[in-house]
Design a protein around this ligand. Structure first.
Ligand code: NIG
Ligand code: FE
Length: 402
């Protein structure tokens, strides 16, 4: 008796991103069956005769991967910071521009003035570009509102844009991104607003999946970050952190202490923090585009992450200041060429490890029975092509759960 399924893909180079003993978890000339939006079987081509399928895709020896995941973005924003890009090229540093009232605060001014519908429309265009490259899950942070109404507006825009584009958006509250001007003489007052009003409202109304902060000299201190994390923990929200980007404030160790999902940027992370990350399974999220655009020289301690068994994710960090891009595959290329990752590490960084960084690895990030049937068929038989060649789009078909 044959088994029924909705979709059968065969003759595929299946990049399962599992530990099956092969690089990338490759199943050479494999097949998989999906039913009701989930993968129900995966195996060798020779066994496909057991299935009757409503739809059959012959991959003709091309690569099939899980849908890619961009696990760190600031896609909701208004305005442009092209002027600051030019200023940095003339010698001004990111910190100098921020301290002079530019940087994040310049995007805050523009974002506060934009309506929910304007923000949703501009975010849709950015999401659409990511989706066209096979990115089917995207994390989006708030952090350019910096007051109750505007942080909520950003989270709503992220949700609406995901629904309109048909892409799974995970939302992160980043109210602790910068000190808003109205609190410039009252840091504690802003932390209280975040902890006592914004986090409780966001948690009660399920507006975000996680809480983030910018722990840095130009952001928030270790102690202030702790207060934000304590509030997140009280309200049952997992945490992640912009940590050790420009200096080592111990941020990666701090987020690990809270059992955090990920420490992001992490160029200056110490060995002591790495040991804590290893104990709490906190993912190291690399953001090579921000490193490149800021012309940083301190590289993240990749070898120490490897030696301590820390999973590495790669994300765009897409934002108008430090990462003006929606090109995730280019970030893979950069992670290899700038940070010395292997092609395999790069691919795992936007699949299973990115899923771990979002706490959704039970559902996404690999081709395994029980996971969401969200895949990409690429116009190549060689997985390295995704990382190697820049400029064309090798997506042949996007497969989303029905
Ligand atoms: O991840 N480092 C802090 N936040 C962003 C930059 C935001 C901005 O400059 O607008 C980042 O690089
Ligand atoms: Fe960021």
């Amino acid at each position: 008796m044959k088994k029924k399924c909705d979709l059968l893909i065969h003759n595929a180079q299946l990049i399962t991103c599992t530990d099956n003993g092969q690089p990338f978890g490759l199943v050479n000339m494999g097949a998989l069956a999906c039913k009701q939006g989930k993968i129900i079987w995966l195996g060798p081509n020779t066994q496909t005769a057991e299935f009757i399928a409503d739809e059959i895709i012959n991959a003709q020896g091309q690569v099939v991967t899980p849908g890619l995941i961009d696990s760190h973005t600031h896609l909701v924003f208004a305005g442009s910071r092209a002027n600051e890009f030019a200023m940095r090229l003339s010698g001004a540093s990111y910190e100098e521009i921020a301290n002079a009232g530019g940087g994040i605060l310049s995007t805050v001014n523009a974002t506060r003035l934009a309506s929910l519908s304007e923000l949703t429309t501009s975010t849709c265009a950015r999401l659409q570009h990511l989706k066209s490259q096979g990115v089917l899950t995207v994390e989006i942070k708030s952090g350019y509102g910096l007051d109750f109404d505007n942080e909520i507006k950003m989270l709503k825009a992220a949700k609406a844009a995901g629904e309109q584009v048909g892409i799974d958006v995970k939302k992160t509250l980043l109210a602790a991104h910068a000190l808003p001007p109205e609190f410039s003489n009252n840091r504690g007052g802003y932390i209280d607003l975040i902890c006592q009003k914004i986090i409780p409202y966001v948690a009660k109304n399920k507006l975000a999946d996680a809480v983030d902060a910018f722990c840095e000299g130009i952001g928030f201190s270790y102690e202030e970050t702790k207060q934000v994390f304590d509030a997140a923990a009280r309200w049952g929200l997992p945490v992640k952190l912009h940590a050790d980007q420009l200096s080592d404030l111990g941020g990666a160790g701090l987020v690990a202490e809270y059992g955090g999902l990920s420490a992001d940027h992490i160029e200056y992370t110490s060995l002591a923090s790495i040991k804590r990350m290893a104990e709490s399974d906190t993912v190291a999220t690399l953001l090579p585009y921000a490193f490149y655009a800021l012309q940083e020289t301190q590289k993240p301690p990749i070898d120490a992450f490897r030696k301590n068994g820390i999973d590495m994710a790669i994300a765009t960090d897409s934002n108008p200041g430090t990462a003006p891009t929606t090109n995730l595959l280019q970030c893979l290329h950069m992670a290899c060429c700038q940070f010395g990752l292997t092609v395999e590490e790069a691919i795992l960084g936007v699949t299973i490890n990115a899923a771990k960084a979002l706490g959704i690895d039970d559902l996404k990030g690999s081709l395994e029975v029980g996971k969401v049937a969200e895949m990409v068929l690429w116009d190549t038989s060689e997985i390295a092509d995704l990382v190697y060649w820049q400029g064309d789009n090798k997506v042949q078909q996007i497969i989303l759960p029905n």
